[in-house]
Write a protein that binds this ligand. Structure first.
Ligand code: FE2
Length: 341
């Protein structure tokens, strides 16, 4: 039994679970999880109770012969993130929630998926804790969840620049920034193009939530790295294990080292995304279409990505500096289960 299979059946040992909860309970990619569920169904070990996936009696016998009932030791206060919303940032969250509600709705065209307001503030807190926020010049490559606004509202950063492909997001950020007098500017930019000269070598910190392909991540992070000042500059990005197998992770990590970036922090499943409701069932996503049991609509932000902090040792060394051709393999690969190819 491999580790993913072990984690999946162990998660069911205590209670029946939705497809989304099972995905949350394992460390692999969605493709492997679906394959495990298909195998367990074929062996008669799991079934659907019409709502959740549950162990059959032979499944239960099998599980109990291998393992004890699962206990979850995750901290219930911070949900395992290690951070709570501190008093200092509570006002930021309250103010930011109003701005967040008025945002342009996310678009599948750019593979957008936004994190809830509280998640944005937690990210800001983590970056603050690491010393990459106060007085720093910060670049966002893409910011559909408006974390730049939450960040600017803390009045801690020196300057924030957002470069973003979606004109609606750019306009909204600039409008909010003007209204609230924030030190935050947004510009339209497509990452297939080289980073504009005036942004090169100017920033202490970058944030990016890249697409989930090796090529896409290489392009996106290269643009970010070109924006950094030098040794000690830092970057933050999300990478899921849901749509990126460890085969992809190893390639991404090799790229990071080639760019003279060292990984200092890996916060597993730190970012959650608002991919909820009936619409997820109707999109034709592989996670739904290929599931051996018809899933119910997710009623909580189940999709997660791991939050990386990287730091420059030596000189920032972007791997891609030229214009790249826009094509679908920047956005999609065989692990894509929650977007439409
Ligand atoms: Fe905790």
């Amino acid at each position: 039994m491999d580790r993913i299979e072990y984690q999946v059946i162990r998660s069911l040992s205590k209670s029946s679970l939705s497809l989304w909860q099972i995905i949350n309970a394992q460390d692999g990619d969605i493709r492997s999880t679906i394959a495990v569920l298909k195998r367990l169904k074929e062996r008669g070990f799991i079934d659907s109770d019409g709502y959740n996936i549950t162990l059959t009696s032979s499944g239960r016998d099998f599980v109990l012969s291998y393992m004890k009932e699962f206990v979850d030791s995750k901290c219930p206060r911070c949900f395992g993130t290690g951070l709570i919303i501190n008093e200092r940032f509570k006002k930021t969250l309250e103010d930011f929630e109003k701005i967040f509600e008025g945002r342009p709705l996310e678009s599948a065209e750019f593979d957008q998926g936004v994190v809830p307001a509280e998640n944005s503030v937690r990210r800001v807190e983590f970056i603050y804790k690491r010393g990459d926020l106060e007085g720093k010049s910060i670049l966002f490559l893409g910011d559909d969840d408006l974390t730049s606004v939450a960040m600017a509202m803390t009045e801690l950063p020196g300057e924030i620049v957002v470069i973003e492909i979606d004109e609606r997001v750019v306009n909204y950020i600039n409008e909010v920034s003007r209204k609230l007098g924030l030190n935050l500017q947004a510009y339209i930019y497509n990452a297939v193009n080289p980073l504009p000269e005036e942004l090169k070598g100017r920033f202490d910190t970058f944030l990016n939530d890249p697409v989930e392909t090796v090529k896409g991540i290489r392009v996106f992070l290269s643009r970010c790295v070109a924006a950094l000042k030098g040794e000690g500059s830092a970057g933050y990005f999300g990478l899921s294990h849901y749509e990126s197998s460890l085969k992809k992770w190893i390639q991404v990590e090799k790229d990071l080292l080639s760019m003279n970036l060292v990984i200092t922090d890996v916060l597993r499943d730190f970012n959650v995304y608002l991919l909820t409701g009936e619409r997820i069932l109707k999109e034709g996503f592989r996670v739904v279409v290929e599931s051996p049991f018809k899933p119910t609509a997710p009623d909580y932000p189940w999709y997660r990505s791991t939050f990386f902090r990287v730091e420059v040792v030596g000189c920032p060394n972007p791997l891609v500096t030229e214009t790249v051709e826009w094509n679908r393999d920047i956005y999609f690969d065989e692990d894509t289960y929650v977007a439409l190819p």
